[in-house]
Design a protein around this ligand. Structure first.
Ligand SMILES: *[C@@H]1O[C@H](CO)[C@@H](O)[C@H](O)[C@H]1NC(C)=O
Ligand SMILES: *[C@@H]1O[C@H](CO)[C@@H](O)[C@H](O)[C@H]1NC(C)=O
Ligand SMILES: *[C@@H]1O[C@H](CO)[C@@H](O)[C@H](O)[C@H]1NC(C)=O
Ligand SMILES: *[C@@H]1O[C@H](CO)[C@@H](O)[C@H](O)[C@H]1NC(C)=O
Ligand SMILES: *[C@@H]1O[C@H](CO)[C@@H](O)[C@H](O)[C@H]1NC(C)=O
Ligand SMILES: *[C@@H]1O[C@H](CO)[C@@H](O)[C@H](O)[C@H]1NC(C)=O
Length: 375
């Protein structure tokens, strides 16, 4: 909590920049809406490459992934957005997740009744605590960058509205514990003394506020008001800002449910803002010499364990004081050729991939696709 307080103290704009009310069913009045989402960002790439998904609970008929997951209780789809993705990154493999890709995908899910949660990376490529590269075509001095960012947020949100999609949540930056839009917006919460830390955070605060103003501009131009989220990794160690946390069991044994509970409970008391776990996964295969130690070893590494973990996380989130725990998202359950999902486990997705007709692939749903049913 120590680091968290420092971080928040360094971001004075937080208390004023974020909406104080207007949350769907804001706490104290009625039961808040609970977001149960899956990140399906890569789905269209899989489909375009010929992937086919079968509903194993329904006689193996071919069905769209969102229909299978929707029957399993999903009410929200999370999608990442990159600014101008293109080669040379990864030999052009990840030439996706730009507006042209994400808007039609969002439209498809929105038209089926799902809430859309847009995850801005503010980069041409993956943004996370180890990399937050400013888009190649963007300015590299503060004031022009502020303007570009503000206009980008506003115009990209308008693009969704023009396509007929209302966004329910937008997170401004992805896992921004170390800031965003490096090098200008890079921060270090450990800097002492406080004065030096505040100086270190000034650019980041300015840039985040510009992104937040972009949301305001968009709303002024007719975009439906979304929830505006700050997304931090490491939901277990108390360094997040306020709203959305990644919380994975395979990157460190400190990611326990008790630590998540402690972090979220403390934040709820201190800031009275809605809290979401926005990325999580659990493996159904994780073995061999390089297999990581999982943070909750009593939960089985199995399809059943995937549901147990998610139910336990939901239990923590839903019991956060004042009803402030308001959502969970499971990350990339249908990514058939990236089954480890960035971890050193073999498989953490919710479909079993059959490559016997390579290069074609078929994904058979596992029982864990129903992890949100009845919760
Ligand atoms: C993953 O699968 C998709 C769909 O089959 C394909 O388009 C893509 O190139 C594959 N990526 C890798 C790294 O194999
Ligand atoms: C569905 O396909 C899987 C994988 O091929 C198979 O194990 C299972 O028996 C099939 N189920 C039905 C009802 O055909
Ligand atoms: C997006 O699509 C539009 C219309 O097809 C095209 O003009 C534009 O170049 C595309 N942008 C990117 C980044 O691919
Ligand atoms: C903040 O401090 C970190 C660590 O020293 C440094 O890498 C970063 O460049 C600093 N950020 C700014 C904007 O000066
Ligand atoms: C979270 O912590 C609180 C206070 O310590 C405790 O009362 C509650 O039972 C915990 N919730 C869960 C789901 O473990
Ligand atoms: C892959 O799917 C395509 C389209 O359905 C089909 O024409 C082709 O024969 C399949 N390839 C294999 C190896 O099964």
């Amino acid at each position: 909590m120590f680091k968290l307080s420092l971080l928040l103290a360094s971001l004075p704009f937080l208390t004023t920049a974020l909406p104080q009310n207007g949350w769907p069913g804001s706490w104290g009045e009625q039961k808040p809406y609970f977001f149960k989402g899956f990140d399906l960002s890569s789905l269209k790439i899989e489909e375009d490459g010929g992937a086919v998904y079968k509903d194993a609970q329904c006689g193996n008929i071919t069905r769209p992934v969102e229909d299978i997951l929707g029957d399993g209780g999903m009410n929200t789809v999370r999608l990442r957005l990159w600014v101008n993705p293109k080669a040379p990154y990864d030999d052009g493999y990840y030439e996706s997740y730009g507006l042209n890709y994400t808007v039609p995908l969002a439209k498809r899910f929105y038209d089926k009744g799902y809430k859309i949660y847009l995850d801005y990376h503010f980069s041409d490529y993956w943004a996370d605590p180890s990399k937050q590269s400013v888009p190649v075509e963007w300015p590299t001095t503060l004031q022009p960058l502020e303007t570009t960012l503000r206009n980008y947020v506003s115009s990209s949100m308008l693009a969704f509205t023009h396509a007929g999609v209302d966004l329910s949540i937008v997170s401004l930056g992805n896992e921004i514990r170390h800031g965003m839009l490096w090098p200008l917006g890079e921060v270090d919460v450990d800097i002492e003394p406080a004065q030096a830390r505040v100086a270190n955070f000034t650019n980041f605060a300015t840039l985040w506020a510009a992104a937040r103003n972009g949301v305001r501009d968009a709303v002024a131009r007719g975009v439906h008001q979304p929830l505006t989220m700050i997304h931090i990794d490491d939901g277990n160690n108390g360094s997040p800002h306020v709203f959305g946390f990644s919380f994975y069991p395979f990157y460190g044994t400190a990611a326990t449910l008790a630590n998540l509970n402690q972090t979220l409970t403390t934040l709820a008391h201190q800031y009275k803002k809605p809290l979401h776990v926005v990325e999580t996964d659990w493996p159904d295969q994780c073995s061999g010499p390089t297999a990581p130690e999982l943070s909750e070893p009593s939960i089985p590494v199995s399809v059943a364990g995937q549901t147990v973990w998610v139910h336990d996380v939901i239990d923590v989130v839903k019991n956060v004081p004042y009803g402030l725990g308001q959502g969970i998202n499971y990350w990339e359950p249908a990514w058939l050729n990236n089954t480890g999902l960035g971890s050193a486990c073999q498989d953490a997705i919710l479909f079993s991939a059959d490559w016997s007709h390579y290069p074609n692939v078929t994904g058979y749903s596992r029982a864990s696709v129903n992890m949100f049913r009845g919760v």
